[in-house]
Design a protein around this ligand. Structure first.
Ligand code: SAJ
Length: 416
């Protein structure tokens, strides 16, 4: 057992970094969360959660009040550093590691001998080794594990998160984890850090394998959702109810088809498979096709809505939900946003958007006269067509008689 971690500095206090910061701080570690967003830093220091996630706000308020968690726009020296910044993709779906590189550059000056550096951001295979190289260039006075595996000054590991938005505070503690070190000793140190709050089993491996494990998990889910989405197109073409087909097929003991929807959103499943496809394009044909099937679903939904609206002279279309999945406020890569945007561009009519988890429309919709954010009651009172894009609890609970005189496009099968 190595030395205990008294302090941890987390680069990026977003959907993953902030819950991790809170989990460590509630267990007696001094945590500094730093972020380039002054708004995020201010919110945390004011004891307010900048994101909607069950249980996060209450736990955050407690650890900030006690002084266990602070936020800043600058990193500080610590026993361990966790990099949890976004890793998006560029115009050709190539990984964009600029934020990870910037975070690495910012922690380099405060890194001291004996520190542990962990990457949590989802990354293409080989990134953690590359990061060890970047740190080596920035701090030639410190021995990095890729060059000095037997006696490094700094341990470096890749520890992907696998928490489900909406259940982050529970899954952060209960899920098993895989941690991959540049060396076995790096992995062991990383395991010791996660043991502070993780009650699941922690498996150790090398960094490249751990990177691939993370990408494989999300690519697996993407391929399975693509199957459900493709099935919905096939069933529609054949005049069969896809929800009934799936419900009955899933009574087979070895079949478990997922749910079709308006497309796949969020910053994980819609992004991560591209890192595999980019790294091994010739070998990843199924994953590429799955991405294309899922990315093609919003256009299909738009066609359905246009068809339903065509029956009205001046259609009013209520679009229920903008988030990428139920009961969260996260609009990143959301197919619902894409669908509303496409409908507006197609000039379908008046669009009344209902999203109980946001206070304003996203930038792409904000300046349009034909798109308004309204309450559920207002939308239902005026709508000719109701489009269900996200199965938020409030929409699931909607009495069916309120939809009786509407044309309904239910992308989630919520109201069957
Ligand atoms: N979706 C469907 N049909 C389904 C399931 C999901 O259309 O049957 C859609 C959702 O509506 C959403 C998208 O897929 O738009 C992704 O949602 P999700 O709930 O499947 O996953 P995420 O993105 O919230 O979280 C995933 C999880 N990965 C896996 O389940 C393998 C989570 O455990 C990861 O930690 C997270 O990605 C991440 O951060 O990588």
């Amino acid at each position: 057992m190595g030395e205990r971690f008294g302090s941890v500095c987390i680069a990026g206090i977003g959907y993953i970094g902030l819950p991790t910061a809170v989990a460590l701080a509630t267990r007696g570690v001094r945590v500094l969360g730093y972020d380039i967003s002054e708004r995020t830093v201010q919110a945390v220091n004011d004891r307010r959660s900048p994101i909607v996630e069950p249980d996060l706000a209450a736990e955050l308020a407690g650890v900030v009040s006690s002084g266990a968690l602070r936020a800043s726009t600058q990193p500080e020296p610590a026993d361990a550093f966790i990099i949890a910044v976004p890793t998006p993709f560029g115009p050709d779906h190539e990984p964009d590691l600029a934020a990870a590189r910037a975070a690495t550059t910012s922690i380099a000056p405060v890194l001291a001998k004996g520190a542990l550096v962990i990457v949590e951001s989802t990354c293409p295979p080989g990134t953690t080794e590359a990061l060890s190289g970047w740190l080596g260039e920035l701090r030639p006075d410190l021995r990095m594990p890729h060059e000095h595996p037997d006696d490094p000054d700094v341990n470096i590991a890749y520890c992907p998160e696998r928490v489900l938005p909406g259940r982050i505070m529970v899954e952060l503690v209960s899920n098993d984890r895989t941690v991959g070190g540049i060396t076995p000793r790096c992995a062991q140190r990383a395991k010791e850090l996660y043991e502070v709050f993780c009650e699941g089993e922690i498996f150790t491996t090398n960094a490249r394998t751990a990177e691939m494990v993370k990408l494989s998990e999300n690519a697996f889910r993407d391929v399975n959702i693509a199957f459900a989405n493709e099935l919905s197109l096939v069933c529609d073409a054949l005049g069969v109810d896809v929800w009934e087909v799936i419900g009955l097929a899933n009574r087979h003991p070895r079949v478990s088809v997922l749910s079709p929807g308006p497309g796949v959103g969020g910053h994980c499943i819609a992004v991560d498979p591209w890192f595999i496809i980019d790294a091994a394009p010739a070998q990843s044909r199924l994953m590429r096709t799955a991405r294309e099937v899922n990315d093609g679903k919003p256009a299909w939904v738009v066609d359905q809505v246009m068809g339903a609206a065509a029956a009205f002279a001046k259609p009013v279309v209520a679009c229920l939900g903008l988030a990428f999945k139920p009961d969260v406020d996260d609009l990143r890569e959301s197919p619902a946003v894409e669908i509303v945007h496409r409908l507006a561009q197609a000039g379908v009519g008046t669009l009344l958007v209902v999203e109980p988890h946001v206070e304003a429309l996203p930038a792409v919709l904000a300046d349009r006269d034909d798109v308004r954010l309204v309450s559920l009651d207002e939308a239902l009172a005026a709508a000719d067509v109701v489009v269900n894009l996200v199965d938020h609890s409030a929409f699931r609970a909607l009495p069916r008689e309120r939809l009786a005189d509407k044309q309904v496009v239910d992308t989630r099968g919520t109201w069957r």
